[in-house]
Ligand binder design. Structure first.
Ligand code: ADP
Ligand code: ASP
Ligand code: MG
Length: 422
């Protein structure tokens, strides 16, 4: 008998019919002798609908007090899902009980809309499992020390599931979604993308942090920290397929680098359209300038991603960086009105229509010329590179948003990702 956590995403929970299917699948696992904790997301579109309602009333500045209410609103999506799934499970003849984050409790810090899980008390859940029940816990939400409902950021149900699996030392965490695993890139953009049977934890971490939304990055961080066996698989296979076949399907996140030795240098391509670029022209090139520019941005709680500073001419330089597109207006305002004048910038420019495209692969550690091949491929497509950022296992470029799909497809082909690995 194993303790297994199943997570079902929004599309998988998208209608009562689909919820019935989820219940039948869970029942199959229980009848095979396993203990099950199930973590569903809100029904597809529901979180957007709820946040959209809030935005109709509060379109402009989102203050911390509004963020608190946003979490109270958004958390209701998952609240509905657990109740519905628990009923569906009971209809399958199982004993099931649903819990919200605060009932478990799943404790988080107080960063509304992007809270971090701090601890999970599994006493109640263990007692229920011991009594033969299936426990259904809301994804995406928790509770802070003052009893306020918090949410974990978009896509946060993945993190709830992996964190619960880690806290309970579950034998496996299965992330059921609307694709049958992790692909070389988003199969919705590149139909030739291939499913990976395994992906190393390091690569998955990069892919998630560079924009592949198949797993929320914090879920991958948890899996790495606590060594949670993690698999991404389809919820759209017939619920009654052989359980052993299902248990081996999808993509396994591995922790052993050696397993990847025989595989491609580049494993996947990630992209992110959620960034925007800002530039300060003609700032003095002297010690402390980066801090003078980026310090106030960090103080305003704005995350910075790619940064470039040009070679100086006549003691002046240009300085560019990217931020999340949601922070674009705020950043530009800060630079134009405060930072720019303070550092005597000649001009402040902004461009929200950029994207970041990245190639990821552990093999890049030991191969040279991979970045050059990437740049050649983009130049053959006449795509201008605005910024470059590299680490041991990835190279990212910032380009005009309108070339994103072209770039991803061209790179996918250039690195033979559509070919089955030898
Ligand atoms: P869920 O609602 O189940 O959490 P998400 O929409 O959050 O599902 O994540 C699954 C989606 O991630 C897929 O439908 C796919 O479009 C997208 N995706 C992005 N990159 C990849 C990738 N490399 N492999 C698989 N899916 C990806
Ligand atoms: N329902 C939340 C969202 O849409 C959490 C999730 O789906 O993982 O972001
Ligand atoms: Mg998701």
């Amino acid at each position: 008998m194993a303790l297994i956590v199943h997570k079902y995403g929004g599309t998988s929970m998208g209608s009562t019919e689909r919820i019935r299917n989820v219940a039948k699948r869970v029942a199959k696992w229980v009848r095979a002798g396993h203990q099950l904790v199930v973590v569903p997301s809100a029904m597809s579109g529901e979180t957007n609908r709820l946040l959209g309602l809030a935005k109709e009333l509060s379109p402009e500045v989102v203050t911390p007090t509004i963020q608190r209410e946003l979490d109270a609103i958004a958390a209701t999506g998952e609240q509905v899902s657990v109740g519905l799934l628990s009923i569906a499970l009971q209809n399958e003849g199982l004993e099931a009980v649903s819990y919200s984050g605060w009932q478990v409790p799943i404790r988080t810090d107080q960063s509304y809309t992007k809270a971090r899980i701090q601890s999970i008390d599994d006493t109640k859940v263990r007692a229920d499992l011991a009594a033969g029940k299936v426990v259904v816990i809301t994804g995406f939400q928790g509770v802070d020390d003052d009893g306020n409902v918090t949410t974990l950021g978009r896509g946060g149900s993945d993190t709830s599931a992996v964190a619960i699996a880690a806290a309970m030392k579950a034998d496996e965490c299965l992330i059921y979604t609307d694709v049958d695993g992790v692909y070389t890139t988003d199969p919705r953009i590149v139909p030739e993308a291939r499913r990976l049977h395994t992906i190393s934890f390091e690569e998955m971490l990069e892919m998630a942090s560079l924009g592949s939304k198949v797993l929320q990055i914090r879920s991958v961080e948890f899996a790495g920290k606590y060594r949670v066996p993690l698999r991404v698989l389809s919820s759209f296979t017939p619920w009654d397929i052989d359980i052993h076949e299902e248990a081996k399907s999808g993509t396994l996140i591995t922790f052993e680098e050696d397993e990847k030795m025989e595989q491609a240098v580049v494993s996947g391509i990630a992209f992110n359209r959620d960034e925007a670029k800002v530039t300060l022209l003609g700032v003095p090139d002297k010690p402390g300038i980066a801090f003078q520019i980026l310090g106030p941005v960090a103080d305003a709680n704005i995350d910075i991603d790619v940064i470039i500073q040009n070679v100086s001419h006549d003691g002046k330089t240009d300085f560019s960086f990217t931020v999340h597109r949601n922070d674009y207006a705020r950043t530009l305002d800060l630079l134009k009105n405060t930072v720019g004048p303070a550092v005597q910038a000649a001009e402040v420019l902004g461009d929200p229509k950029i994207c970041k495209v990245s190639i990821v692969g552990i093999g890049m550690k030991s191969h040279v010329g991979i970045a050059a091949k990437m740049f050649r491929c983009l130049s053959e497509e006449a795509i201008n590179i605005q910024m470059i950022s590299t680490s041991e296992i990835k190279t990212s470029v910032v380009i005009d948003e309108k070339y994103m799909e072209l770039a991803v497809r061209a790179l996918h082909k250039a690195f033979d990702l559509d070919q089955v690995a030898a």
